[in-house]
Write a protein that binds this ligand. Structure first.
Ligand SMILES: *[C@@H]1O[C@H](CO)[C@@H](O)[C@H](O)[C@H]1NC(C)=O
Ligand SMILES: *[C@@H]1O[C@H](CO)[C@@H](O)[C@H](O)[C@H]1NC(C)=O
Ligand SMILES: *[C@@H]1O[C@H](CO)[C@@H](O)[C@H](O)[C@H]1NC(C)=O
Ligand SMILES: *[C@@H]1O[C@H](CO)[C@@H](O)[C@H](O)[C@H]1NC(C)=O
Ligand SMILES: *[C@@H]1O[C@H](CO)[C@@H](O)[C@H](O)[C@H]1NC(C)=O
Ligand SMILES: *[C@@H]1O[C@H](CO)[C@@H](O)[C@H](O)[C@H]1NC(C)=O
Ligand SMILES: *[C@@H]1O[C@H](CO)[C@@H](O)[C@H](O)[C@H]1NC(C)=O
Ligand SMILES: *[C@@H]1O[C@H](CO)[C@@H](O)[C@H](O)[C@H]1NC(C)=O
Ligand SMILES: *[C@@H]1O[C@H](CO)[C@@H](O)[C@H](O)[C@H]1NC(C)=O
Ligand SMILES: *[C@@H]1O[C@H](CO)[C@@H](O)[C@H](O)[C@H]1NC(C)=O
Length: 646
């Protein structure tokens, strides 16, 4: 029998389900409700059947199960005396006789938040406070539940959860600030958990990076009331970085300071890196990253890339930084010595940004030019001696100009210049041979009829001087009157030898041409005067000469060299000649009268070179004993400044 009852008791427990034993109660552990609304706390209790009480009473206590603590009485069925906080607010909905202790609390206020205990009163000592109790929470905002991660482009669902345990007042949920969300939809559903009810509004949408930081609201209202409760949540949308601001390609001037900015939109913050080509210059986890380049040089020219990366993705932006600078000093790469006739290519190169204009000049004349080129070639199919000289290579852009000078040296065989000739003067014959060559020529005078070859090593007879590439040798033949005399000038360097028979010039013929008809008349008058003068001096001179020649055993010197040093002049002019083979003076026959016209040469437009002027002066001094006026102007007939002409 006891076994039967026990089994029955277990069966009762099983069918009751939630009641654990004879003295047990069931109510939700937690329940919540909005301030000002009501809440119904469902409640059941049990007691041993054998008690069979005549009346069942009950008490709801607040926050304490023990009567001796005098907890606030929420509801008391026996007396209806309640704590002042609950006057008019509490009502027992359940039927105690049916072991139903369901309680309703109305016009909730925050201080009603707490634990609620039910005490069964079955008369006498059969009073018992059930340990099971309900935690009431009086709230004033709805709960918005977000998924742990909201990622751009992945649909999310937000839940606004509102307690719905007041039968009199049904909540209405509306979302706020959600209208612009992409692909949004709202559903409502009711959920029960442990006999407490919730109204849930589900907001589904496709998050976008623009939604990051957006405050979404959920509002709870009740029909026919002014109650309104708001809850908010801030969207934390995760998205890959996007570079929103960065400098574009630019030109900067050498030496300037450059600031490059890269602003990134990303969530979470990205690792931003500035690279030049593949080299990392600067990196940081930030919203933007600035790259400072101070005093930029051409070495910093290049492609700069800003890269931003977080776990959701990456982005990059590249720009070209062009550093502008003035040309470098041009470099001429070729050796600039060539032999006449060779092909020559001279390369002049520089570097600048923008590309330079390179010009190769010779004497202000542009010989080659390259616009926006790093190099320019000056090409000669076959160089001539006229290409010899100083050249300038100039590289220029808007930031500056640099130049390099170089000499193009051409080696060439001698050329005998047209000035080369012999001029008979009163008692000498002067032969000038001018040769242009590189390297300098050795000039040799040959007198084939005399079996004589003479060069400047015979200083007594030949005077040489060099101006640039022109070597001028002057041979002085004294008083050798020979109409057959012919003199060959030979100029030689290792590229060749040039021989030329020197022409005799009678100065008067030249003179007529130069002085013109009026001058000719004047000259004729002078001629008459001079003829008279000459005939007088000749008489004197003949005696001088004969005495001079007597002093030596040798025949009179025919060749005389001119020395630049005054000490030697005496010797050179009048010194003994070693040339025993020299010709007999009788063979020379030159009309001395011509020489006197040289006085007119001062009117010549030709100018004397310094050396020749000096030379002429020396001759005047040296020759003073023999011919006072004969040499003053002599060289000026024959020579001009070589550099002017060649
Ligand atoms: C208890 O009483 C309430 C109010 O009358 C009722 O809604 C509820 O269904 C009852 N509970 C049980 C278990 O009968
Ligand atoms: C609100 O009030 C209107 C009339 O005043 C009534 O028809 C309606 O049923 C009420 N709604 C609620 C939920 O009480
Ligand atoms: C790069 O861009 C920023 C912002 O626009 C600007 O302040 C800065 O001067 C730019 N840098 C250069 C070198 O132009
Ligand atoms: C860059 O970031 C700093 C701090 O992170 C901020 O103060 C500044 O305004 C930002 N600049 C730009 C252009 O975004
Ligand atoms: C810039 O750099 C050059 C060498 O690269 C240096 O000579 C110059 O003094 C620097 N100028 C400044 C302002 O730092
Ligand atoms: C930059 O982005 C482009 C595509 O936007 C990608 O092809 C390239 O590889 C990226 N560059 C770097 C250095 O990551
Ligand atoms: C000069 O440069 C040109 C072209 O680069 C080359 O062909 C030539 O050999 C160079 N000359 C010298 C002397 O380096
Ligand atoms: C070129 O030659 C001239 C005369 O010989 C000389 O003065 C000048 O310095 C030379 N220039 C160069 C660049 O060698
Ligand atoms: C010149 O010398 C050669 C031999 O060296 C000789 O044969 C010739 O006769 C000479 N001529 C004169 C004019 O002396
Ligand atoms: C000049 O002539 C002499 C012989 O008269 C000769 O020995 C010498 O080599 C010649 N000088 C030159 C530079 O040719």
């Amino acid at each position: 029998m006891t076994y039967f009852y026990r089994t029955l008791a277990v069966f009762w427990v099983l069918i009751e389900g939630v009641l654990a034993g004879p003295w047990s109660a069931w109510m939700p552990e937690h329940i919540s409700a909005f301030e000002g609304t009501c809440v119904v706390i469902p409640c059941r209790f049990n007691y041993p059947d054998e008690l069979r009480p005549s009346a069942v009473h009950g008490i709801w206590y607040f926050n304490s199960p023990y009567p001796k603590n005098y907890p606030p009485v929420v509801f008391k069925s026996r007396t209806n005396i309640v704590h002042e906080s609950y006057v008019g607010r509490s009502r027992l909905l359940g039927e105690l006789n049916f072991r139903n202790c369901t309680l309703q609390l109305s016009r909730l206020s925050p201080e009603l938040t707490g634990k609620y205990y039910f005490r069964g009163d079955l008369g006498g000592y059969n009073q018992y406070t059930y340990p099971e109790h309900c935690n009431l929470e009086v709230i004033n905002k709805p709960t918005i539940v977000s998924p742990p991660e909201v990622v751009e482009g992945t649909e999310v669902e937000l839940r606004c959860v509102v307690p719905d345990n007041c039968p009199d007042m049904k909540p209405i949920i509306t979302w706020m600030n959600y209208e612009t969300l992409a692909e949004r939809s709202v559903y409502a559903q009711v959920e029960e958990e442990g006999s407490t009810w919730s109204l849930i509004s589900l907001l589904k949408f496709m998050p976008q990076r623009e939604n990051h930081g957006r405050e979404l609201g959920c509002k709870v209202t009740y029909a026919n009331t002014t109650f309104e409760f708001d809850g908010y949540t801030t969207l934390d949308v995760k998205f890959p970085p996007r570079i929103v601001q960065a400098n574009s390609s630019m030109d900067v001037i050498h030496g300037s300071d450059v600031v490059l900015i890269c602003s990134v939109d990303s969530s979470p913050m990205a690792l931003i890196t500035w690279l030049r080509e593949d080299e990392i210059l600067h990196e940081d986890v930030a919203g933007n990253l600035t790259l400072h380049l101070e005093n930029v040089t051409y070495l910093q020219d290049g492609i700069y890339t800003c890269m931003a990366e977080n776990i959701y993705g990456k982005d990059n932006h590249s720009l070209a930084l062009a550093v502008l600078y003035a040309p470098w000093k041009p470099v001429v790469n070729t050796s600039v010595v060539a032999v006449e006739g060779d092909p020559v290519s001279i390369l002049c190169s520089s570097q600048s940004n923008p590309e330079p204009t390179i010009t190769i000049f010779k004497e202000k004349k542009a010989m080659a030019m390259g616009v926006y080129q790093n190099q320019v070639a000056l090409e000669f199919e076959s160089v001539t001696h006229e290409d010899d000289g100083e050249y300038w290579c100039t590289a220029e852009n808007q930031f500056g100009q640099r130049s390099t000078a170089f000499n193009l040296t051409i080696e060439f065989a001698p050329i005998i210049l047209p000035d080369s000739k012999c001029t008979a003067a009163r008692d000498t014959v002067k032969c000038i041979c001018a040769a242009k060559s590189n390297p300098e020529a050795v000039i040799t005078f040959e007198l084939p009829t005399r079996n004589v070859t003479v060069n400047e090593t015979d200083r007594e007879f030949v005077y040489s001087q060099k101006t640039g590439y022109v070597v001028t040798s002057i041979l002085t033949v004294q008083r050798e009157v020979d109409s057959q005399l012919f003199i060959v000038c030979s100029a030689r360097n290792h590229y060749g030898t040039k021989n030329q028979q020197l022409q005799f010039h009678h100065s008067n013929s030249l003179m007529w041409a130069k002085v013109g008809p009026v001058g000719a008349v004047v000259a004729f008058a002078i001629l008459i005067a001079v003829v008279c003068y000459v005939s007088q001096t000749r008489k004197k001179k003949n005696t001088n000469e004969s005495s001079s020649f007597m002093q030596t055993d040798n025949p009179p010197a025919v060749f005389s060299g001119d020395y630049r040093g005054p000490g030697n002049l005496e010797k050179s002019e009048y010194g003994r000649s070693d040339k025993r083979f020299l010709a007999k003076r009788d063979d020379l026959g030159i009309d001395y009268a011509n020489i006197d016209f040289t006085k007119l040469s001062t009117k010549d437009k030709y100018t004397l070179t310094e050396e020749l002027a000096e030379y002429a002066e020396i001759r005047v001094k040296a020759g003073g004993r023999t011919s006072a006026a004969g040499w003053t102007g002599y060289p000026s007939f024959m020579l001009q400044e070589p550099t002017e002409k060649y």
